[in-house]
Design a protein around this ligand. Sequence first.
Ligand code: SAM
Length: 207
Amino acid sequence: MNPIKQFEKPKAKDSEIRMEGEYYKTKESVEEYIRLAKDVNGKQLIEKLQHVLEPGSTLLEIGSGPGTDWKILNKSYRVTGSDSSIAFLNHLKTENPNQTFLELDATTLRTDTKFDGLYSNKVLHHLNENELVDSVKRQHEVLQTKGVICHSFWKGKGSEIFKGLFVKYHTKESLKEAFGPYFKILSIESYTEFDQGDSLVLLGAKN
Ligand SMILES: C[S@@+](CC[C@H](N)C(=O)[O-])C[C@H]1O[C@@H](n2cnc3c(N)ncnc32)[C@H](O)[C@@H]1O
């Protein structure tokens, strides 16, 4: 999720360029994100995931960030948290000293472990079109047979640079196009994070 959007409206830019911003990478920005996101979580997404993934299954969370959803997921699943940001990983390891967190980029998902499910909450919108295609292929590879995915996105069209980070908006159509070749789309539903119907959640099963 992106609670910062509540406080600062960026200028829209119609670009597919990925900018490697520092936001999420510095201790200060991570502390700011954690403060702004303290009252939000992915409970409504996790309830949807629970309809398609049995308790006790193994689950990889991509982009765990502050670890709020990781904590909720941990009650039902054998969760591995991950993030591409060392600053977030340091936070996660400090808060949960006996747990394993992986340094993983959503595009490449460099792990040999296979999971029953993959989950991300407002993470894959940082990938451009080509990166999302690569990510979807890797997601298919790191899933067990009959594995499932649950991912959330900001709903809309186009892309922008927000706090130096690339953000791509998605429609039901763009998600079907990206995930359809590798996954049976179980559902793509609108939900509300801040503004009415501002988000989409996709559930899919490995083809
Ligand atoms: C908007 S935050 C969401 C964090 C968390 N899922 C939540 O709901 O609070 C985006 C998270 O995705 C991570 N992230 C951004 N790009 C990534 C990438 N390419 N691979 C993995 N994680 C990424 C960031 O470091 C950050 O933790």
